[in-house]
Design a protein around this ligand. Structure first.
Ligand code: F6R
Length: 608
């Protein structure tokens, strides 16, 4: 979604800002812009499409200055045009960039029009810059005018504002959308995401909800929502900077698929011993494990699919009820919360607007406690949850989630076992599960060995317009995840069904043009799934079967077989995910789509 970068330095900041925007490209956007302050005024370039289009404008007409703000826009109000791209101006005095949505922009726009303000865009953003301009008529100090303006805005936002003739500070603020301050030496920055600033600093201050910050060369002053000056701690970014580099891979997605054995090991590190789950991984307050009698899992998209797998694990291993719901539904209904229920959120980014809103609502509903399984330690979700289990996958740049998903599953399996231990799981069974977890990185590595074969399989998909994924038990959410991955990056329409549902409707779709992707686990569902496959074969459907050798399935007429390593059944959903990621990736490459930044999608969905 939209990304913000701001900089003030003793050197020209235009290259810093543009590099920052390039680093934010992974979030998804459709236009970009920069405003630069110098002695003559505030000047800007805006462009539709990739950041490269903005760079081209700088080539033709450089803009130099020691302070500026920049933006990548993901259109919400108004099409992706140059006029709608940020920064937006009020006259030539103020320029502003904004991430988020101003829900009451319509009445505000009417009020401002009545006062004589002219609007040049269709965006909700433009009201903010005019409101600040209007506030400055009675309150000439930019900081104070921003503080007054923020009280009038409903919705979620992060902003950056510069003023003509004030080249020594800019103002930024956040409420509901992420914003981080980057601390340098005689230069300071803001951005939506630390990754945007790793070329200039590794020291960051995470702003809290409602914070307004005055950023100058010599320091930053942070005011909370009440207007009181606050000290916020500085954190040092400790990921290897190479994490944001594609290395030998053509796409981030492929790099991230291949990182999975390593990051799953990182996720297990310090969380299990030879035979036990180490409950200290939930922090000092792991007492909830003894008390929990129900679990509510809430998440969006791929993270929701991870939650669906966990439902099977928690009910099977711990024998306690678990429900899973997408956050955008949960947050708008009346939820009945049984006593001693754990509220568990899953999120790669920790900034997903619906998941955050669900957490805030849940905090009022009397849950036992809130636990976030998240990949970003500094995220809002982590900061607002009582307990956290980090997935430790490292930055994920490809929009389609891969390593974040398998590490979520790993963290969920650890959590499920920990809850189960307090609900009567035997020491012997715990040890067996922990040993299965210890073997997981090696099995994921083995699954990656099918890459070349899957690339050949993918060629057969190039002309397909639809696909149907089937699975039973924990393979059903994996089928959903496989179909989501395929549609996200190859734009092939794909659906997933529990295989037992086939004859209740989707069988009508099956003909020789419809590829059926069947995930065949080696467990007591095997024979039932084989009968479902017979039903497909009998109708001429082309079957793509992912199974281990011992299932006795193989390449035969109408079956394209891909071998998946034979593993303990508890690990099957994780290991079966790998070939589906590879399949989607190779199909997208064959189709020539933008694998890392698929159309219309954003990495961090910070608006509703
Ligand atoms: C799909 C994907 C999305 C996210 C969803 C939630 O590949 O990544 O479906 O899973 O937008 O995002 P997080 O996990 O950051 O809350």
């Amino acid at each position: 979604m939209c990304g913000i970068v701001g900089a003030i330095a003793r050197r020209n900041v235009s290259k810093i800002l543009i590099e920052g925007l390039s680093r934010l490209e992974y979030r998804g956007y459709d236009s970009s812009g920069v405003a630069i302050n110098n002695e003559e005024g505030v000047y800007s370039h805006r462009a539709v499409g990739k950041v490269q289009a903005l760079k081209d404008k700088f080539e033709v007409q450089p803009l130099d200055g020691k302070m500026g703000i920049a933006h990548t826009r993901w259109a919400t109000h108004g099409k992706p045009t140059e006029a709608n791209a940020h920064p937006h101006f009020s006259g030539d005095d103020l320029a502003l960039v904004h991430n988020g949505i101003i829900e009451n922009h319509e009445p505000l726009r009417r009020e401002l029009k009545d006062k004589g303000y002219e609007f040049k865009s269709e965006t909700d953003t433009e009201v903010i810059v005019h409101l600040i301009h209007d506030a400055m008529k009675t309150q000439p100090d930019l900081l104070k005018a921003v503080q007054v303006t923020l009280t009038k805005l409903h919705g979620a936002f992060a902003i950056g504002v510069v003023q003509k003739d004030d080249n020594d500070r800019f103002i930024a603020a956040r409420k509901g959308s992420p914003l981080v301050v980057g601390v340098g030496i005689e230069e300071n920055f803001v951005a939506s995401d630390q990754l945007a600033l790793l070329h200039v600093t590794d020291q960051f201050i995470f702003l809290e909800e409602g914070d307004v910050v005055e950023v100058s060369r010599d320091g930053v002053s942070i005011y909370d929502a009440k207007g009181d000056l606050q000290e916020r701690p500085i954190s040092v970014f400790n990921h290897n900077i190479d994490a944001t580099d594609k290395g030998e891979f053509r796409h981030y997605m492929m790099k991230e698929i291949y990182e999975q054995p390593k990051v799953i090991s990182a996720c297990l590190e310090g969380r299990i011993s030879e035979s036990k789950v180490l409950t200290s991984c939930f922090g000092a307050d792991s007492a909830f494990l003894k008390e929990v009698e129900n679990v509510h899992i809430v998440a969006c998209g791929t993270s929701y699919h991870a939650g669906m797998v966990a439902k099977y694990w928690i009910e099977d291993l711990a024998g306690i009820p678990c429900s899973v719901e997408v956050a955008s539904e949960y947050r708008y209904r009346k939820v009945a919360v049984p006593k001693k229920t754990l509220f568990l959120t899953l999120s790669q980014s920790g900034e997903t607007a619906d998941t955050l809103a669900a957490l805030r609502m849940a905090k009022e509903l009397g849950y036992l406690t809130t636990l976030a399984i998240c990949n970003v330690p500094s995220s809002t979700l982590v900061r607002e949850s009582a307990l956290t289990l980090l997935t430790n996958a490292g930055p994920e740049i490809g929009v389609a989630s891969t390593k974040a998903f398998t590490t979520q599953l790993t963290a969920l399996l650890i959590t499920s076992v920990a809850i189960a231990v307090e609900n009567g799981l035997s020491a012997e069974k715990e040890k067996a599960l922990v040993q299965a977890l210890r073997s997981l990185p090696a099995h994921v590595n083995d699954a990656l060995l099918q890459d070349a074969h899957i690339k050949e399989v993918a060629d057969r998909f190039a002309n397909k317009h639809n696909a149907l994924f089937l699975g039973r038990g924990t393979m059903y959410p994996i089928a959903l995840e496989g179909s989501l991955k395929l549609k996200e990056i190859s734009y092939i329409h794909a659906e997933a069904y529990p295989a037992g549902e086939l004859k209740h409707g989707p069988l009508a779709l099956v003909d020789e043009d419809m590829p059926i992707i069947a995930l065949v686990p080696h467990n007591d569902m095997l024979d039932k799934l084989k009968s479902n496959l017979q039903e497909v074969a009998a109708r001429g459907g082309e079957l793509y079967v992912f199974a281990d050798k011992d299932t006795d399935l193989n390449n035969e007429e109408n079956i394209i077989f891909t071998e998946v390593p034979k593993v303990d059944s508890i690990l099957e959903p994780i290991v079966h995910t790998i070939p589906l990621q590879l399949l989607s990736y190779h199909v997208a490459v064959v189709k020539g789509t933008d694998v890392d930044q698929p159309r219309n999608l954003a990495k961090s969905v910070t608006v509703e």
